[in-house]
Design a protein around this ligand. Structure first.
Ligand SMILES: Cc1cc2nc3c(=O)[nH]c(=O)nc-3n(C[C@H](O)[C@H](O)[C@H](O)COP(=O)(O)O)c2cc1C
Length: 190
């Protein structure tokens, strides 16, 4: 059931370097491309990267951007990042066997909203395949565009490193309670 996938899914930032079947990646993208989009423009394009050299160059580029980002963020976010042990080091970009780079057609109506729906679909599909990911959103993507030869008119919106979880650690993800996020008119009895 989809609710079980949603409850089970958590962000994973450490992956086994073990191979994963490309068929799984194809099925994940198959789910992503079924998402609804503004005016059915389907602004998503997916670049699948498995080449070790290219992943390393993407990681180097992202870590350069991250060092600048971490220097500039406000204090509250520095604290949150440090609590989460999120540093400029993005090992997951080379550890995961696949990177799905999600690109968006910038001129498509509601392209940002549509892309994120597609990403949401894929996050659950990744869970269903027994794999894991982190929704990685580098703050600048010009270097990635160059590395991947992303055409003008498209922007790299997010990178999903996809692989097997390296170690299961007990993590409690705090979610708002149902009553905190939803109301019913008339109020429901339960
Ligand atoms: C729009 C968006 C952007 C995100 N960007 C990053 C990111 O750049 N780096 C990262 O490590 N995690 C990123 N995340 C993952 C969130 O930190 C994570 O989803 C959140 O802490 C909740 O944890 P959970 O996914 O385990 O439920 C992003 C998530 C979303 C939805």
């Amino acid at each position: 059931m989809i609710v079980d996938l949603a409850r089970r899914r958590v962000t994973i930032r450490k992956f086994l370097s073990k191979e994963v079947s490309i068929q799984k990646i194809i099925r994940i993208i198959e789910v992503g491309r079924q998402a609804p989009s503004g005016a059915n423009r389907q602004p998503w394009r997916f670049i699948v990267v498995s080449d070790a050299g290219l992943k390393r160059r993407i990681r180097e580029e992202c870590e350069k951007i991250e060092r600048g980002f971490h220097r500039k963020v406000p204090e509250w976010m520095k604290k949150w990042l440090s609590e989460k042990k999120i540093t400029p080091i993005k090992k997951f970009l080379t550890e995961a066997p696949y990177l799905i780079v999600v690109c968006s057609e910038k001129t498509a109506v509601y392209h940002v909203q549509s892309i994120w729906l597609s990403i949401g679909y894929m996050l659950l599909a990744i869970e269903e395949e027994g794999l894991a990911t982190v929704t990685y959103t580098p703050s600048r993507t010009a270097g990635i565009r160059e590395l991947l030869k992303i055409p003008d008119g498209y922007i790299a919106e997010a990178i999903l490193p996809v692989g097997l979880v390296s170690c299961i650690s007990l993590r409690i993800i705090v979610r708002l309670m149902r009553n905190d996020v939803a109301v019913a008119f008339p109020p429901s009895s339960s």
